[in-house]
Design a protein around this ligand. Structure first.
Ligand code: F42
Length: 161
């Protein structure tokens, strides 16, 4: 492959995932993602009227292989992002948790005008505690979600590639 072709393929991989985009079945999430993407992150960038910023995460479905998107709270530190699989304190992990653990390299984060590629990994131990504190500092409601469920809320960290 020529350098020019390789660069073209690489830059395409950098900002999109190939495949059919199948939007979330949750209307308010789907609408928020649409608005965020259409406006390049200028609108739809907070959780409802809370004023707390959100990001958009694009991934590959673990079973269907479809392109999936979610909105999440923006918990950023030194260019990395915590993806907190809280699902409102529900007793099961969100579907996206499995997607990200099965396809950790096929992930984009959008925090502003353009999405960029990240690698995702689950954190544990002291690293978990540190990211949990950062997450609660941004969105204290995570404490209520933790109190509601017996499961340990997973935290994945997304690092730019
Ligand atoms: N959710 C969080 O868990 N944490 C947050 O911090 C958070 C913040 C947030 C802010 C704004 C906002 O608009 C939404 C926010 N949400 C937050 C909600 C989040 O965006 C998700 O909607 C929520 O966590 C539920 O995720 P879910 O993946 O469980 O979504 C379900 C309801 C859903 O829509 N599923 C799709 C569907 O069609 O039913 C996709 C299913 C899917 O991904 N399937 C995979 C596939 O292969 O295509 C297979 C999955 C498997 O289990 O193997």
């Amino acid at each position: 492959m020529s350098d020019i072709r390789r660069r073209a393929v690489y830059s395409r991989i950098m900002t999109t995932l190939d495949g059919e985009y199948v939007p979330s079945t949750m209307e308010w999430v789907r609408d928020q993602i649409d608005l965020y993407e259409r406006s390049g992150g200028r609108e739809g960038n907070t959780l409802r009227d809370s004023g707390i910023p959100v990001i958009v995460v694009t991934m590959r479905g673990a079973k269907t292989g479809a392109v999936r998107k979610i909105a999440l709270m923006r918990v950023e530190h030194d260019g990395a992002y915590a993806l907190v699989a809280s699902k409102g304190g529900h007793d099961s992990n969100p579907d996206w948790y499995r997607n990200l653990t099965v396809h950790p390299e096929e992930v984009l984060v959008q925090d502003g005008p353009d999405p960029f590629p990240v690698t995702v990994r689950e954190v544990d131990g002291n690293e978990y505690d540190t990211w949990w504190e950062r997450s609660v500092a941004v969105f204290p409601t995570y404490l209520e979600y933790r109190a509601k469920t017996a499961r340990r809320i997973p935290i994945l960290v997304a690092e730019p590639r």
